[in-house]
Design a protein around this ligand. Structure first.
Ligand code: SF4
Length: 461
C-alpha cells in the first residue's frame, strides 16, 4: 500500500504542530507548522486518489449538472456552461436550492448564446433570492464575452480572462468540462486539505491560500482531474462536514493527520481544522424605506381599500456599488441618531421631492402614511436596519410624468401588484414588500372606505 501523506510529508517538514489545550476553541487553535515546505510525495498523492476516486464513483450525488458530455467540442462546451452556472450558484447557497434555480435557469437559457441575449433585468429576476447579484451580472457579462468570441475558453488561464470567472470557477470548468489537469480550491476543499494535513494556519491568509492551491495541484489526478476535484468537494460537502465529520466511513481516513492527532491526544479534534477565523464585525447602516403607492383613482375616497389597483414606485439603484442596477422602493440612508419617525420622514420627503418632484404637502394628496415596522438585512459586511413606512397618495400631476428622470438621473418606474410579484427583487426588498402587504391585510379592512388624510388625523385623535 502507498505511504500515507502524513508519513511521507513528515520527512519533508518541521513537526511543529501542537494540539490545542483541552478547553481551547477551534478559533484559538495554535498555528500549525510553517507549511511553506509542505510537499506531497507522488506515492502519497497516489494513495489519496486511490481512496477518493472509487468512493466518488460509488457515492456521488446525482445532480443535474453532472451529466456526461456528448462527444466533441460542442458537448464539452455544453458541459462547461452547466458547470459554470452551477458553480456560481453553489457559491451562493445549498445544493437542494441550487437544483431548483439551476433547472429553471437552464430551461430558459440552455446555452451560453441564449444567455448572452438576455437582459440584465431578466437575469436578475431569475436570480432573485440567491443574493450577491454581482455574480448574476458577471454571468451575463461573461456569456456576452464568450458568445462574441464564438468559443468557450477551455483552459484555466484563458477562462480567468472571462468577466467574473475567478481561480476556483476556472479550475472547475477547465478540469470538469475540458479535462485539464488543474486544481480547484473552495471552502470544502480547504476543510479536507486542512484535516488531511493538519494545517491550522489561518485559512484566509494569502500565504496559506497559496499553499492550499499548491497542495491541491499536487494531489489532482492526472487522468481524471475533473472527477478528482469533484470528489474533494463532495467529501467536504458530505462526510468531512464542518461539525460532524463521518471519519469512520471516510475513504481517506488512513491518510488523515487530523484524525491521527485526535487519536493520539483526546484534547485534539478533527474539527479544530481548519482554524476558525472570527469574522470582522459588519458595519451598521440605517435606512428610511418608503413604499410609495399611487392610487389611480381621482377621488381618494374611491381608492381601493387594499390598493389592488395602486401602482408602486420603484427606483433603480446606481450601476455601481451594493446591489448595483437592482430595483427597490425609495430609500435613503439616515444617521443612526436620526432614525426616529420625524427625522426619517423629513429625510424621505426631501428625497422624494428631489427624485420625483413630488411635494407630499403640495402636489399630492396623501391618503395614508403609516409606519410599518423594521426589517434588518444582513449583507456580508453590512447590517442594514430598514425602517419601513407606507405612503398611499394620489398625484395632481400626470402619473406618467413621475417616471421622468429624477434630479440625479435615477431610473424610475411604476409597477402594479402582479408585476411586482414577478420582479427580481432582492430578498431584503421582497421582505419589505411582504411586510407592507401583511400590514395592509391587518390594518385596512377590505370593505370600509380608505381613510382620507382628514379622516386619518381624526382617527388618531
Ligand atoms: S478522516 Fe475525517 S476529518 Fe479526515 S478527511 Fe476523512 S472525514 Fe475528514
Amino acid at each position: 500500500m502507498a505511504k500515507s501523506p502524513k508519513a511521507a510529508a513528515a520527512t519533508t517538514r518541521r513537526p511543529t504542530r501542537k494540539p490545542r489545550a483541552a478547553s481551547a476553541s477551534a478559533a484559538s487553535a495554535p498555528p500549525s507548522a510553517d507549511i511553506e515546505d509542505l510537499a506531497v510525495p507522488a506515492s502519497a498523492a497516489a494513495a489519496v486518489r486511490a481512496g477518493l476516486l472509487p468512493w466518488y464513483d460509488a457515492h456521488r450525488r446525482d445532480l443535474p449538472w453532472r451529466f456526461s458530455a456528448a462527444p466533441g467540442r460542442e458537448g464539452k462546451e455544453e458541459r462547461a456552461y452547466a458547470v459554470w452556472v452551477s458553480e456560481v450558484m453553489l457559491q451562493q447557497t445549498r445544493v437542494p436550492v441550487v437544483v431548483d434555480y439551476y433547472s429553471r435557469w437552464m430551461a430558459r437559457w440552455p446555452t451560453v448564446e441564449t444567455l448572452a441575449a438576455a437582459t440584465q433585468e431578466e437575469v436578475n429576476e431569475m436570480w432573485a433570492g440567491l443574493g450577491y447579484y454581482r455574480r448574476a451580472r458577471f454571468l451575463l457579462e461573461g456569456a456576452k464575452q464568450i458568445a462574441e468570441k464564438g468559443e468557450f475558453p477551455s483552459t484555466a488561464s484563458t477562462l480567468r480572462q472571462v468577466r467574473g470567472i475567478g481561480d476556483y470557477t476556472a479550475g472547475a470548468i477547465a478540469s470538469i468540462a475540458f479535462n485539464e489537469v488543474t486544481p480547484l480550491v473552495d471552502g470544502n476543499v480547504v476543510r479536507v486539505l486542512s484535516r488531511l494535513f493538519a494545517i491550522a494556519d489561518n485559512p484566509k491568509e494569502s500565504s496559506t491560500v497559496k499553499r492550499f492551491w499548491e497542495l491541491a495541484g499536487q494531489l489532482v489526478d492526472p487522468s481524471r482531474p475533473g472527477d478528482f476535484n469533484q470528489a474533494m468537494m463532495e467529501l467536504g460537502a458530505t462526510l468531512c462536514s464542518k461539525t460532524k465529520p463521518g471519519c469512520s466511513q471516510c475513504p481517506v481516513s488512513s491518510h488523515c493527520q487530523a484524525l491521527e492527532l485526535s487519536r493520539e491526544n483526546p484534547s485534539v479534534g478533527v474539527t479544530d481544522y481548519p482554524r476558525v477565523v472570527p469574522k470582522s464585525k459588519p458595519r451598521c447602516d440605517f435606512a428610511a424605506v418608503c413604499v410609495v403607492e399611487i392610487a389611480q383613482c381621482l377621488e381618494p375616497d374611491m381608492a381601493d381599500r387594499r390598493g389592488k389597483d395602486n401602482l408602486f414606485l420603484m427606483v433603480k439603484r446606481p450601476e455601481q456599488g451594493l446591489l448595483a442596477g437592482l430595483w427597490e422602493f425609495p430609500s435613503v440612508l439616515v444617521d443612526e441618531s436620526k432614525t426616529d419617525l420625524v427625522n426619517r420622514r423629513k429625510e424621505m420627503d426631501t428625497y422624494l421631492k428631489q427624485l420625483l418632484g413630488i411635494d407630499l404637502k403640495r402636489t399630492s394628496d396623501v391618503i395614508l402614511r403609516e409606519d410599518v415596522g423594521q426589517h434588518v438585512h444582513i449583507f456580508s459586511h453590512i447590517r442594514l436596519t430598514m425602517n419601513v413606512e407606507l405612503v398611499i397618495l394620489t398625484v395632481k400631476d400626470d402619473v406618467g410624468r413621475l417616471c421622468e428622470k429624477g434630479q440625479d438621473n435615477a431610473e424610475l418606474k411604476l409597477v402594479d401588484e402582479s408585476s411586482i410579484d414577478s420582479m427580481g427583487l432582492t430578498s431584503g426588498i421582497r421582505k419589505v414588500y411582504n411586510m407592507v402587504k401583511a400590514f395592509k391585510m391587518k390594518k385596512l379592512p377590505e370593505q370600509s372606505p380608505m381613510p382620507t388624510r382628514k379622516r386619518s388625523r381624526r382617527q388618531k385623535q
